[in-house]
Design a protein around this ligand. Sequence first.
Ligand SMILES: [Zn+2]
Length: 138
Amino acid sequence: MENVWQWLFGEGRFLGIEWHFWKAVGWLGNVTFFSRFVVQWLATERRRQVTVPAAFWWLSLTGALLLFSYALYRRDSVFIFAYAFTWIPYVRNLVIHHRTLAAIRTCPACGAQSAPHARYCHLCGKGLDQPAGTPAPA
Ligand SMILES: [Zn+2]
């Protein structure tokens, strides 16, 4: 027990790490970035198909920005470059995700929600009004 305590808090450290503000920022970035895999895995298991929830992109963006901040503090060019541009696809995926949610179709008859491109309600079969600009079926 004494050894465990020594390992956890020995020599003014926690887990053998010498903590300071930027070390906490870096580790918070690591934990945030890692947690996205857990979130994505759980979402996939829940739906039993590969699923990437918006939370995955938010955790990616937050973790990458925290790690980028830490990289700047460290002035490590390799580390800085690794996280300098990753935010671009994360933000783009969040924008696309938001647009897809906004375009989801709601059936006027039963209230079921269908995919943006759906022509008929997947529950009751009622035709859905087509958004402006949709080509008529052949
Ligand atoms: Zn319906």
